[in-house]
Design a protein around this ligand. Structure first.
Ligand SMILES: Nc1ncnc2c1ncn2[C@@H]1O[C@H](COP(=O)(O)OP(=O)(O)OP(=O)(O)O)[C@@H](O)[C@H]1O
Length: 848
């Protein structure tokens, strides 16, 4: 706000500066936009579809009319096309007959139909303005297909008078027959056909697998069998998961930057062997946008450094443009992650995923590439900004030794080394003035850049790049890492993908004004988890007081969602139920701690490893523990309506739940101190801020300003490991999330959602005398369980029946009052006074 006020004042004083640049930029952009006008694309698209249809009709008609028309067509276009002397029978007249003749007779024969599909693909893409089909992939298939099928047709129908393979097919087929004979050609074409089918459709060839029957697994402690009581409790035999994604990996060939195109001379200094391609200049981008963007973005493993000098250099300084090409961009084939297992002598490890062994992970095809993934680098823009920074600082008597630029997806970071003797705090104090002089929205000054003696000035790019979720998830870093819960959040300024392990965070707070990208951010995180985890490995508890944001996920209830027993809806929208759910999660946490203690494991990872190795007996209540991620989409609503009742369990979970695999992600659009309280902040060390309306809000979230200067649309700051990093959040659109959830939802799931422990509001029991007539509803089941196991232990009741400590304690008191167990013996289990189930049944009957 302060910035804006000052900006207005300055505009009145010296209007020359900012206005000098604006019109220039606008003219530049509008000319380009004219060339790339959406309507032009649509017209071209419609035209291409028309051509596709025209060719199809003409070709189809040619199949029936070629005999009649052939001698007329042979007379040549000059006679045929005016149409006065001859009239052909093709449905599309002389032109149809002539074009079909060209394609069939002189070209590729019946394979010419493939041209129709090519024009169709071009037309659909251009008309709908998105890359429904990959143009390059289709061009490749069509080129190879034309050659191949024309030869095959020509070879197979050698004796036919119809031009099945066309001139091209005949030529190649004759040559092949001469070279390797008819048998050789036949065999070669058969092989080629097979290769083409595999290349194009990548069918899955499965060797028969021999999996063991579910119930035949021995348990270490004797001959007990594991019987599933709930869907998630069944740890069973493992089968290896399979690879998918038929299209495989592709890399784009590195492209050399055309130095002449740039107004600044750039000297390329390769630090190490470059493996890929550097960002394109705006001009290159223009040209390339005309073409189809390659499906797989470039891949470079080592950064390149461009050192450059402007043709009309500003006062004695060079601008060093640092580019960090995509470090892990190539689309890596999607591997279905495997549940960790280590072989144990004599015993098969448990496979928690066995219940849903045919579960297919979503493929990358369900995600879209939103526009070009390449960073657009406009040398003119860089030069202008550089000069303006230098001049502005000069006005304040700040000299610069060196200036370099790193172009990111949304902003460019200009790194300045001030001349000797200039205090960095001076630059910090001039922050607002510098921002004003640069006259661009969203300038952030970092003085100094932590760990460096330099000052950073982030200036928004005129053309911003959307970071597609698809490119994040296809990156090497996402596909191959050892993270337990990998989440792809976005891209840093140097283009590095910011992919982290949620378990190390271990909780995440997200805040930002409305419409700045929070929901997209939440979806990006959830989608990351869905792409990497099997339903047996993770459960989501979704709280959505706004009722619309997370409803997309209701399709995956029986696969990935957790809920309270007896609830209809898995996605919680009602505040009262949120309180119950949070308390149920606290009970789950306590129960898990008991299990870990008994198993001698320090955390969920160690516990699950032991369980998989069959070192823990399911009869004693042990089970494979999935991670639980609680997502709250509008935290402010909850705090306003329920206050401490919500804050306390959240704080408790945030403090303790990490070791037992429960992680929290909390989002709010009201980042005020009464919502993000000290307790909450203290327990959420990792915090994300999208654009907020004031510096105070930014401080509330990050303990630092800066988020008020972000530019929205997923531009964000993340405070992680004590550092604040600017990221462009990965973008995943609602239809993409929809199709992922549909893909998962249509597969076989568990019989029901994962049940959280039942939570009964303890308050309702308070003050009541122990009265056997007012027995707990679970009294009889508890009695039977205690008698069967002959262990009078409250914690056993808690675990087996998924109860809170107080309720289990109360039940135990009732069992004592009913004479089923003896009195408490401190930490030792109580004596069980009834020895057999038959005795118990009699005893229970007497009690009534
Ligand atoms: N990472 C991103 N990249 C590009 N555009 C984005 C990104 N994130 C958000 N946007 C744009 O901003 C719009 C609003 O985003 P979003 O719905 O996530 O906001 P929000 O903060 O959740 O708003 P609200 O609080 O009102 O729900 C999106 O529809 C999209 O057009």
């Amino acid at each position: 706000m302060a910035n804006r006020l000052k900006a207005e004042k300055a505009d009145k004083k010296k209007p020359a500066n900012p206005e000098k640049f604006k019109p220039e930029k606008e003219v530049q952009v509008s000319v380009k936009q004219l060339v790339k006008d959406e309507r032009t694309h649509k017209i071209a698209g419609a035209f291409a579809l028309l051509i596709s249809l025209f060719l199809f009709i003409a070709f189809a008609s040619y199949l029936f009319t070629w005999k009649e028309d052939q001698d007329k067509v042979f007379r040549g276009a000059a006679i045929l096309l005016p149409g006065e002397e001859v009239k052909t029978t093709n449905l599309l007249g002389n032109l149809g007959a002539y074009i079909s003749h060209l394609f069939f007779y002189k070209g590729f024969g019946a394979a010419s139909f493939m041209f129709c599909s090519l024009f169709f693909v071009i037309g659909v893409n251009a008309l709908l303005g998105s890359k429904i089909f990959s143009l390059w992939r289709n061009v490749r298939y069509v080129i190879v297909g034309l050659l191949f099928f024309s030869v095959v047709f020509s070879f197979v129908f050698r004796s036919s008078s119809f031009a099945w393979g066309g001139a091209v097919g005949n030529l190649c087929s004759d040559w092949l027959v001469r070279m390797i004979g008819s048998v050789g050609t036949g065999a070669l074409l058969l092989l080629g056909g097979l290769a083409y089918i595999i290349w194009r459709f990548n069918p899955v060839f499965k060797a028969p697998t021999f999996s063991k029957p579910k119930t035949a697994e021995p348990v270490k402690e004797g001959a007990t069998l594991v019987v599933a009581t709930t869907a998630t409790e069944t740890p069973e035999v493992i089968t290896p998961n399979k690879l998918k994604d038929g299209m495989g990996t592709m890399k784009k060939v590195p492209k050399t930057q055309n130095e002449e195109e740039l107004p600044v001379e750039l000297n390329f200094v390769e630090k190490e062997e470059p493996v890929g391609e550097e960002p394109v200049s705006a001009e290159e981008m223009e040209e390339e946008e005309e073409e189809d963007t390659p499906e797989i973005p470039l891949a470079v493993e080592t950064p390149l450094v461009q050192k450059g000098k402007g043709k009309q250099p500003p006062p004695q300084l060079e601008l060093e443009i640092k580019t960090y090409p995509e470090v892990d961009q190539p689309e890596v084939p999607v591997e279905e992650p495997k549940v960790e297992q280590k072989p144990v002598v004599n015993q098969e490890p448990y496979d928690p995923s066995l219940d849903l062994r045919d579960y297919k992970y979503p493929s990358l095809d369900l995600l879209e590439l939103h526009g070009s993934e390449r960073i657009i680098q406009d040398p003119a823009e860089l030069e202008t900004n550089k000069n303006q920074i230098i001049n502005t600082l000069k006005n304040y008597d700040i000299d610069i030794q060196k200036i370099s630029a790193t172009v990111g997806p949304t902003v460019t970071l200009y790194e300045i080394v001030p001349a000797a003797g200039v205090r960095i705090s001076r630059i910090k104090n001039l922050e607002d003035d510098i921002a004003l002089s640069l006259a661009a929205l969203g300038i952030r000054i970092i003085a100094p850049i932590p760990g460096k003696g330099t000052v950073g000035i982030e200036v928004p790019n005129v053309k911003k790049t959307v970071v597609s979720m698809r490119s994040m998830l296809s990156s090497e870093k996402f596909q191959h890492n050892s993270f337990s819960l990998p989440i792809a959040i976005g891209k840093k300024i140097d283009n590095e993908n910011f992919i982290v392990d949620l378990t190390t965070m271990p909780h995440l707070l997200m805040a930002g004004a409305t419409g700045q990208g929070k929901s997209v951010g939440l979806n990006a995180i959830l989608v990351s988890l869905l792409y990497k985890k099997h339903p047996s490995q993770i459960k989501l508890v979704l709280v959505d007081p706004k009722k619309v944001e997370l409803s997309l996920y209701r399709n995956i209830e029986t696969h990935f969602l957790a809920k309270l027993p007896g609830e209809e809806e898995a996605i919680i929208t009602d505040t009262k139920k949120v309180i119950h759910t949070l308390n149920a999660l606290c009970i789950e946490m306590d129960n898990r701690y008991d299990l870990l203690k008994e198993a001698g494991a320090r955390n969920i990872r160690e516990y699950n490893e032991k369980f998989i190795k069959r070192k823990l007996n399911p009869q004693k209540g042990h089970q494979f523990l999935p991670f639980i991620v609680l997502v709250v989409d509008e935290f402010a609503d909850l705090i306003m309506t329920a206050g401490k009742e919500v804050e306390m369990p959240i704080a408790r979970l945030a403090q303790l739940a990490r070791a037992v695999g429960i992680h929290l992600i909390i989002a709010t659009q009201r980042p005020s101190v009464n919502i993000i309280t000290g307790t909450i902040k203290a327990n959420f060390p990792v915090r994300i801020a999208f654009k907020v309306s004031s510096k105070i809000d930014s401080r509330t979230i990050l303990d630092a300003g800066g988020a008020e200067q972000l530019i929205g649309k997923g531009d964000m700051l993340i405070s992680y490991n004590g550092e604040i990093t600017r990221l462009q959040c990965a973008f995943v659109d609602t239809p993409e999330v929809d199709s992922i959830c549909d893909f998962i939802g249509t597969q076989e799931g568990y019989p029901q959602a994962f049940f959280l422990p039942e939570y009964v509001d303890e308050k309702q029991f308070e003050g009541k005398e122990l009265d056997l007539d007012d027995r707990d509803t679970l009294f009889e089941s508890a009695a039977r369980m205690i008698v069967t196991s002959q262990m009078g232990s409250t914690s056993l009741l808690q675990r087996r029946m998924k109860l809170g400590y107080n309720r289990a304690g109360r039940l135990m008191d009732q069992l004592e009052a009913a004479g089923i167990v003896g009195p408490s013996q401190g930490s030792k289990a109580r004596d069980v006074l009834i020895k057999t189930e038959a005795d118990l049944e009699r005893h229970l009957a007497d009690l009534i």
